[in-house]
Design a protein around this ligand. Structure first.
Ligand code: TPP
Ligand code: SF4
Length: 285
């Protein structure tokens, strides 16, 4: 029998359920990019798990023909990390919104970075809570007027990429759903990266955020300069902080041992010492 795997196409990854997002929502571009990346890597859908929290964007796994878990608001990363630790042979892709990732789920981000599980995290950042109809999120700009901030937000926005660099993520990138081909390339590179990949994707909410629109971003985004050095943390920090232009592309990439690699080494070390699970247990009783 031949070992050659037939090339898969878009239809191998698109679920029967079609996206129910508002027409024009940026997340349509993200799901297309995800599918394009899977086609490019010819990933086996039976070896693929997509994990999300709660929000409009967190519905994305429902539209992909793979295993998936539409979980609890803000708890995407611990779930994804656990799946990868239990089944390192699977490709694990976590997705969600900026509220899910940077508000209720923010406490999990530093720990995902320091553990460095081999998972990819795609955050669809629309600077608003879409599903709950338009409250400010951690990336909403200062003075942003919403139903929950009728006199304008009094909180400063966070910059997710600066956070990612500070916490030590090993693959850090910014994408834009208005450039789905470039985004597909970034997602494919993130999946191929060994370690925790974090892509913040500008993905406008056309219904509740009338300020951070596709047109507004098209004016401001630019690819990283060709001489950008992805191993230079200081340069990455400067370019992550830039607002004019807002840089798109791979800011930083470093190779460090992954969580799963360390777990396997630990287990082998324990086995070499002759430890059994009972020995470990008995140390605690
Ligand atoms: C524990 C918990 N707290 C609050 C909510 C309400 N809630 C649902 S989605 C959401 C925010 C969604 O915003 P975001 O993650 O940015 O996703 P978007 O809908 O914009 O894609 C909130 C606060 C919830 N479902 N569970
Ligand atoms: S409310 Fe906003 S984020 Fe949600 S589907 Fe509609 S456009 Fe997209």
């Amino acid at each position: 029998m031949s070992d050659t795997v037939a090339a898969r196409s878009t239809s191998d990854y698109r679920a029967e359920l079609k996206p129910i997002w508002c027409p024009g929502c940026g997340d349509h571009g993200v799901v297309s990019s995800v599918v394009k990346a899977y086609v490019k890597l010819n990933l086996d859908p039976a070896k693929l798990v997509m994990v999300s929290g709660i929000g409009c964007s967190s519905r994305l796994p429902l539209f992909i023909a793979s295993y998936g878990l539409h979980g609890v608001h803000g708890r995407t990363l611990p779930t994804a990390t656990g799946i990868k630790a239990a089944r390192p042979d699977l490709c694990v892709v976590a997705v969600g919104g900026d509220g899910d990732a940077y508000s209720i789920g923010a406490g999990h981000l530093p720990h995902a970075c320091r553990r460095n599980p081999d998972i990819t995290y795609i955050v669809m950042n629309n600077s608003i809570y879409g599903l709950t109809k338009g409250q400010v999120s951690p990336t909403s700009s200062l003075h942003f007027v919403t139903k929950s901030s009728p006199e304008g937000s009094i909180e400063n926005p966070i910059n997710p990429l600066e956070m990612a660099i500070t916490y030590g993520a090993t693959f850090i990138a910014r994408g834009f759903s208005g450039k789905p081909n470039d985004l597909a390339e970034l997602i494919a590179a993130a999946i191929e990266h060994k370690g925790f990949s974090w892509i913040d994707v500008i993905s406008p909410c056309v219904t509740f955020n009338k300020q951070d629109t596709f047109d507004a971003y098209k004016e401001k985004v630019a690819p990283l300069p060709e001489d950008h050095d992805v191993s230079d943390r200081v340069q990455a920090f400067e370019r992550a902080a830039s607002t004019n232009p807002i840089y798109l592309g791979l800011l930083l990439q470093v190779r460090k041992p992954t969580f799963e690699e360390v777990l396997v080494k630990r287990a082998e070390h324990g086995l070499a010492r002759g430890d059994t699970l009972d020995d470990l247990f008995n140390r605690f009783v």
